[in-house]
Design a protein around this ligand. Sequence first.
Ligand code: HGY
Ligand code: MN
Ligand code: MN
Length: 416
Amino acid sequence: MAAPGENLRINSDRLWDSIMEMAKIGPGIAGGNNRQTVTDEDGEGRHLFKRWCDEAGLEMGVDEMGTMFARREGTDPSLQPVYVGSHLDTQPTGGKYDGVLGVLGGLEVVRSLDDLGIKTKHPIVVTNWTNEEGARFAPAMMASGVFAGVLDQAEIYSHVDKDGKKFGEELERIGWKGTEKVGERKIHAFFELHIEQGPILEDEGIDIGVVTHGQGLKWLQVTLTGREAHTGSTPMPKRRNAGLGMARVIELVHEIAMDYQPDAVGAVGHMEVYPNSRNIIAGRTVFTIDIRSPEKEVLDAMDGRIREGIDTICEALDIKYQIEQVGHFDPVTFDAGCVKAVRDAAERLGYTHRNIVSGAGHDACWINRVAPTAMVMCPCVDGLSHNEAEEITKEWATAGADVLFHAVVDTAVIVE
Ligand code: HGY
Ligand code: MN
Ligand code: MN
């Protein structure tokens, strides 16, 4: 079967217009988006995506985690479909492209196939995975994790946000809890287009990242318990300061990550201080350590050193600690066949490309456990993401979607 000709391209204007249309839903306060998972804004974004899928004649399925599957029939409906997609939920101060480019890039593949009158043997399913970000409800890549069988659905339903609302109840409230059993769908291959969220492609002037691996991740939620006391009248030696403990742990995480350069990373982005009053010594702090590395041994070594360090810090400050692992996946090696389809597509289309390891986690990292999977990356301005100022060019979006188009269609097999 012939591969798509190098002249076959997606409709750049339509893709860009769709991204800008989606960006109007759940606007942020600085030009980006706040469309957090299973909020009303997420529900509105889902309805817009469904309307576009209906207009494209796709058959929509929704599973019990709210993941949306929009199916374009193949000439042989008995074949396992090629899945293509990402996520529509955003960070609280997210950008317009993180996740959205992958879902709407997948929809653009289908729209372009219809424009060109191309049929494929395998069906194609455009996918919106619920709660990739893990910002409102941990962990990240939640629905794809349940789909891959690594997270327990009933337990996940009970996860609460900072206001005590439960994920399962919120999913039901916005009307997007489907009836399909999660994980029963069989996938021939899965492709995800995503912005790099780092500086490499832009710095090197390269159009396409051929993602060969994804780095591993651990999220450790730490609770430190000291004693609330007056900041003025409590002598320094008598303080049990959970705020000081958190500060020392944050410094420890940074120092340990710096010991494993150039690849390891570590930070604390989520911090809560109680009672958070100007003249009360913090009695309790709750925060999440995010450590990552392409090497499992390094990730495990950092984990061990951090736990030892927390014990030493808390001993010295006479405070208690609890550590709960709230997110984890090992480094991922994507499917060689799917990675080759991405690389061949970039080559055929004349786009510059390079192999790259994904620094961020993605739904593809979990789906890679149950189906051959690969990712396509495009650059982003200053490598900035998880910031409302996240930006890409229309040309970068087009190149990424063109490569996605060819990789998906190559794998779904064109019918002459
Ligand atoms: O945390 C991550 O890497 C992803 O953006 N959820
Ligand atoms: Mn993402
Ligand atoms: Mn993200």
